[in-house]
Design a protein around this ligand. Structure first.
Ligand code: FES
Ligand code: FE
Length: 377
C-alpha cells in the first residue's frame, strides 16, 4: 500500500523500514559511509608522532595517526598477518610503531611492516606489500576526513561543494579560521535513533517553535517554523535584544576576527552529507560528527570551538555551550521519540513532509539512488 492522492503541499517520507532494516543499513554503510568522505578526528588531537585514534567508518575500523613527518595517516586497523585488530583502544600513543597484540608483527608510523618475530627467516617478504592498508585522508577545517573508497569522490565537489551551496563560497567558512580554533568543550551523545532521523531533524526547523524555546529566543525568525535561512543561506539574525549566542542571550565571547560584517550577529547551519553538521556564530563554531552504529543507534560527537586565547584564559564558555547542548538534547529526544514508530504499522507507508520540509525529500531521493535494495513493504 502506498499513500496516494496526496495534496501537492505534502510529499511522502521514506517508509518506516528504511529506519529499521538491517539490509538497508548494510547498504548505507557500504554505499554511503564507506564510499564518501567521512569526518573523524580533530587534527590537533593527534598532537605528536605516534598519537592515534580509532573510528568505526561503515563496517571498518580505521586507525588515524600522526606520522614522524608531521602528516596524518589513516589505515584499516587490521594486522596483515592473520587479521587481528591492531589497536583496540579509542585513542592512545605509541612510541615508534604499532605492535600487533597477537604475534607481534610491528608497523612503523608510516604503515610499513618493520619487524616480526623471526622475520629473518622470511627473507622474501615484501615489507611494503605487507604494510597496513592505507585509507585516503584529507585535513580541512582542522578536522581529519577519510575515505575508504579505492577512488574517492572529489573532496572539492562533495565536501566543499556543500558549503558553497549553503554559503555561496568556501571563503565564507574559511573566514571563521576553524583550523586554528580550539575545542572548548566536547559532548558525545549516544542517540537511540537511526542516523537519517538525526540528519532530517537537523535539516528542518519546522520543529523549532515547538521544542527549542531557548533557540527561538535568540533567533526569533526560527519561531515561525519556516527558517528560510535553511535554504537561502543568508543566516538567521539574532534578536534585537540579544547580545550573544548564549542560553540567556547574554554577551558572548571574543568575536572571531575574520568574521565579515554581514556575518556578524548571524547564525548559519550547514549540512555536509552524510554525517557533518556545522553551525557558525560570530564567536564560536559548533561542529557535529555523526557515527551511525546500528539501524537504531547513532553516536554524535559535538565540539564547541573558540579562539585559542578564549579557551586558554579559562573564560567561561558555559552559557554558549549550554544553548546548543539544550538544542541537541531537545533534537535527540525528538529523534528517540520517533524511532519506535518506524517499526509500527502506523508508519509502514511513512508519513508526509510539509512544504518547509520539502528539501528533505531531495535527501531521500539522493539516498535512494545510492541504495540497491529498496524496501517495498
Ligand atoms: Fe597480527 Fe599475527 S595477527 S601478528
Ligand atoms: Fe532542532
Amino acid at each position: 500500500m502506498t499513500i496516494t492522492n496526496l495534496p501537492p503541499s505534502l510529499i511522502p517520507t521514506l517508509p518506516g523500514e528504511y529506519y529499521t532494516d538491517a539490509e538497508v543499513f548494510a547498504q548505507e554503510q557500504e554505499r554511503v559511509f564507506e564510499a564518501m568522505w567521512f569526518c573523524v578526528a580533530r587534527a590537533a588531537e593527534l598532537d605528536r608522532p605516534g598519537a592515534f585514534r580509532t573510528y568505526q567508518v561503515g563496517r571498518e575500523s580505521v586507525l588515524i595517526s600522526r606520522a614522524r613527518d608531521g602528516s596524518v595517516k589513516a589505515f584499516l586497523n587490521i594486522c596483515r598477518h592473520r587479521g587481528a585488530r591492531l589497536c583496540t583502544q579509542e585513542s592512545g600513543e605509541v612510541k615508534r610503531a604499532f605492535r600487533c597484540p597477537y604475534h607481534a608483527w610491528t608497523y612503523g608510523l608510516d604503515g610499513k611492516l618493520v619487524a616480526a618475530p623471526n622475520l629473518t627467516s622470511m627473507p622474501d617478504i615484501d615489507r611494503t606489500e605487507y604494510g597496513l592498508i592505507n585509507v585516503h585522508v584529507r585535513e580541512w577545517l582542522g578536522y581529519v576526513w577519510v575515505c575508504l573508497a579505492d577512488e574517492p569522490p572529489s573532496f572539492e565537489a562533495d565536501v566543499q561543494g556543500a558549503i558553497v551551496e549553503r554559503l555561496g563560497d568556501v571563503e565564507s567558512i574559511e573566514r571563521y579560521g576553524i583550523d586554528d580554533l580550539k575545542v572548548g568543550r566536547r559532548i558525545t551523545y549516544d542517540v537511540k535513533a537511526n542516523w537519517k532521523l538525526v540528519i532530517e531533524n537537523f535539516m528542518e526547523c519546522y520543529h523549532c517553535a515547538t521544542i527549542h524555546p531557548e533557540l527561538t529566543e535568540v533567533l526569533p525568525e526560527f519561531a515561525d517554523g519556516y527558517a528560510a535561512q535553511y535554504y537561502v543561506g543568508h543566516g538567521a539574525e539574532f534578536g534585537d535584544e540579544v547580545q550573544g549566542f548564549t542560553v540567556d542571550g547574554s554577551e558572548g565571547l571574543d568575536r572571531i576576527p575574520g568574521v565579515a560584517e554581514d556575518q556578524d550577529r548571524r547564525y548559519y547551519a550547514i549540512t555536509v552529507r552524510p554525517q557533518v553538521f556545522i553551525n557558525l556564530v560570530p564567536d564560536h563554531v559548533i561542529f557535529h560528527r555523526m557515527y551511525p552504529m546500528a539501524p537504531d543507534r547513532t553516536v554524535v560527537e559535538c565540539d564547541w570551538l573558540y579562539l585559542p586565547h578564549v579557551v586558554e584564559s579559562g573564560k567561561d564558555v558555559e552559557r554558549s555551550v549550554e544553548l546548543f547542548h539544550r538544542v541537541n538534547q531537545q533534537d535527540f529526544d525528538a529523534c528517540e521519540r520517533t524511532q519506535p514508530a518506524m517499526s509500527s504499522k502506523a508508519y509502514a507507508d511513512g508519513g508526509v513532509l510539509v512544504p518547509s520540509e520539502h528539501h528533505i525529500g531531495e535527501f531521500h531521493t539522493w539516498l535512494q539512488n545510492k541504495l540497491e535494495v529498496r524496501p517495498t513493504h
